[in-house]
Design a protein. Sequence first.
Length: 479
Amino acid sequence: MTDECLQAVHIIGGGLAGSEAAWQIATRGVPVVLHEMRPLRLTAAHKTAALAELVCSNSLRSDDREHNAVGLLHAEMRRLGSLIMRAADAHQVPAGGALAVDREGFAAAVTAALAAHPLIDIRREEVAGLPPADWDSAIVATGPLTSPALAEAIAKLTGEDALAFFDAIAPIVHRDSIDMSVAWLQSRYDKTGPAGSGADYINCPLTREQYQAFVDALLAGDKVSFHDWEGTTPYFDGCLPIEVMAERGRETLRHGPMKPVGLTNPRAPTVKAYAVVQLRQDNRLGTLFNMVGFQTKLKHGEQTRIFRTIPGLETAEFARLGGLHRNTFLNAPKLLDSVLRLRAEPRLRFAGQITGCEGYVESAAIGLLAGRFAAAERRSELLLPPPPTTAHGALLAHITGGHVETIDAGARSYQPMNVNFGLFPPLAQAVKSESGRRLRGTEKSLVKKRMLTTRALFDLEHWIASGPRVGGDHAAAAE
């Protein structure tokens, strides 16, 4: 039910977190003003004016709700009425066991839904600095590419320097320029996934000699040079450039994005490739494929030259080459309370990657929570955080207090984190088979994950059923 007297909640940033937060607030009858600076001002990574534009991979990663923490997060978000998941499900493309999307269709669907909602006012303007004082409720969801003026204002307000790390973008190849007489279609272990057939990836095989030559070329390739201030900025390990991985050891890529396991070349089924480069469908038409795990800071000319040495990509045409950008995030455990408010100025909430979560889905999930917290507060309701046994609750708990700074003292000890089962509280009971037999190895791991996900979904339903309560001490609840 809409209350005509409710003031709007302002959201700065129209990425995945800001878009999801706006949707959650508006569907609870609270007006929203969504401020997005694109297309008036673009970032180093964005290319369009669309809301929820995907700037790196088109994959939302595993959709396995029983054995994967991000798949569980997908399931929880669907249950919580996520706009991001609705658009992703409607615009998915084949990707084995992963949920990947046609990036243009996905962003267009999110943009259209938000533009059509009567309680959402989208304003194309930059908020250069802290939100005005008369915005008594605002969510900062400016993502990893927060404008320098706003980042500086936040740093002054919190008394801390903003933290930063580098993130890299993988190249995208035109499908019809790939030599399919060399490459073949297959998902690893023939997994089908939500929109897949078991043959969703293009695989380019390398022999030992070809792999060693490729690594040599990566190490010798001309890279983008850093500015002086970039010299001490770390990378996020989940998105390392391939040449940085190669520098860590000649076999690193073979055990990472170029691992050959679970793949069989139908033209030579008895010959095991030494390494494999995989490409994943990037749009619904199937005309574009991205190079999986091939984030890079190589200069564009070097990328074209080196990547065309990969068997099957000798005549590859690139729709987009890789790149590098700087990400910014807060020391969230110290600066934010349990409902994502800035302790130094509680009228401000933060959501998405600026809080130190990593990944599209995680960013949207924190946007979802920030939106629900802001809507409840605006309606004078008390909404407690979800239980830490849920994927949403586990991720929120890590962001707002799960990091133990005394282990690795200093602001930089808090680093971006994807959702994973290591963030969940341990099970209360031992992991056993239905007959009571003790389990070991892979069997134990699979059963444990199923137990964690079953508990999570049960506890999420209880949290949903309990709902927000009228009145209550918001400040006390946040601590």
